[in-house]
Design a binder for this molecule. Structure first.
Ligand code: ATP
Ligand code: MG
Length: 400
């Protein structure tokens, strides 16, 4: 009997995260992940993606680099982990033979002294139980690779043998995915995207839970520069790598800011400006079928993010505001920003519209009634409407 290995293909086993808990909707979630993988790997060449027995299997041509496939799949929300595997028919003798060959190949590539075998028997009709099969595979490897020893506690290589219905998969390591839920399975949010470190991370975190995103950015041109806007577009391009193509709504906030500066107490400027940002974002969200706003606020990070300030900002809108970073420390946000590769763009030194007309001593404990009293001196509806009438909409494509 010859071993039926798919010699022309690299094979990847994709394990799903929380999607496996989704009961009746499981198939819908799995399909979404398959679609997303297919879209991302399409440009690489001939790759097929199939759902089978609660896993996803990806078969790619040998001339496509494994790393390229792993990199694309690493962008897909809902994936818990990925292993590159060898696939063969589930015949006992073939499994022993292939396990030996697998280890010999591995020993050509790196130094291996010890190993351990772990067998999982998803197919209960397979004649040998997992613990016995692990012993048998171990014995075959010891015989075939004379220098190797078994170490069950701290092996150089863990050799996994996953026996499924008609095929068996042999692999060693796993690459972690982001987890989460597949993109576009949980509504749409409008993220208030500044050029800072926090808001791209906030957008990423919501998208990871399945939320499609669109973004809105406020500038104060000519006080803020064209380069500041380019920076935001670059950040959006990074986000689109994970979140797919989306629209970025760009708003000039200067007329609103000037009106606030003219008519309201200086120390309240920031809070009042933030309330307008929320109101404008809410209107744009409603026009674009987004049901929530997303911000990068983190409790106590700056004067406008104290609990009293957040009460005042939150009160400006009716739709829910998601603040996924609210309880994270800056160091943790920075770590996440580095991981998703937005950090280096975020720290480019261009001014944000919030720094224009920054009060010398902003209130840290604003009272909502005082803020509302100041706001009542402004023609809120007209200011919001004018801002929206002058919006520029950019389509953001994933940065390659
Ligand atoms: P970030 O690092 O995201 O800029 P920050 O610490 O600078 O946040 P703030 O300037 O108070 O904090 O902004 C809080 C949140 O308000 C941001 O995370 C973002 O969601 C939103 N925001 C601030 N400035 C802008 C802007 N110019 N355009 C769009 N949203 C903004
Ligand atoms: Mg900011």
């Amino acid at each position: 009997m010859t071993v039926d290995i798919n010699k022309d293909k690299n094979i990847f086993i994709v394990r799903l995260g929380e999607t496996v808990l989704k009961g009746k909707n499981k198939s819908y979630f799995e399909k979404k992940i398959v679609e997303r993988i297919k879209r991302l790997v399409k440009r690489l060449g001939d790759v097929s993606v199939v759902r089978k027995e609660g896993l996803i299997f990806v078969y790619s041509d040998k001339d496509i680099k494994e790393d390229e496939i792993l990199k694309e799949m690493g962008k897909v929300f809902g994936i818990a982990s990925i292993s590159q595997a060898v696939e063969l028919d589930s015949h006992v003798e073939d499994i022993y033979e292939e396990a030996v060959k697998y280890m010999l190949d591995l020993m050509d590539k790196k130094e291996v002294k010890t190993f351990k075998v772990e067998v999982k028997r998803a197919d209960k009709s397979f004649p040998i139980k997992s613990p016995q099969m692990a012993k048998n595979v171990g014995a075959a490897v010891l015989k075939g690779c004379k220098v190797l020893k078994v170490d069950v506690n701290n092996p150089d290589v863990k050799l996994f043998v996953n026996i499924r219905q008609d095929k068996t998969y042999i692999y060693q390591d796993k690459v972690d995915g982001f987890g989460g839920l597949p993109l576009g399975t949980n509504g749409k949010g409008m993220v208030l995207l500044s050029g800072g470190i926090d808001s791209p991370v906030a957008a990423f975190m919501m998208a990871k839970r399945g939320m499609a995103i669109e973004a809105i950015h406020f500038h104060s041109y000519p006080y803020t520069s064209q380069r500041a806007q380019e920076k935001v577009e670059a950040l959006a391009g990074r986000l689109a790598v994970y979140c797919s193509r989306f629209n970025l709504h760009v708003v000039n906030l200067l007329p609103v800011q000037e009106e606030i500066v003219r008519k309201c107490p200086e120390e309240q400027t920031t809070i009042l400006v933030r309330r307008f940002m929320m109101k404008i974002a809410e209107a744009v969200a409603k026009e674009n079928a987004a049901t929530m706003l997303i911000t990068g606020e983190s409790l106590g990070q700056v004067a406008s993010q104290t609990s009293d300030s957040i009460v005042c900002t939150d009160n400006a809108v009716e739709i829910p505001v998601m603040r996924p970073l609210i309880a994270l420390d800056k160091v943790d946000i920075i770590e996440k920003a580095k991981e998703i590769e937005t950090f280096d763009i975020s720290i480019l030194p261009f001014e944000d519209c919030c720094t224009v007309f920054l009060p010398k001593r902003p209130v840290t404990r604003p009272k909502l009634k005082d803020i509302l009293a100041s706001e009542s001196k402004l023609d809120v509806d007209t200011l919001v409407k004018n801002a929206i009438d002058n919006i520029e909409v950019l389509t953001i494509y994933p940065e390659i």
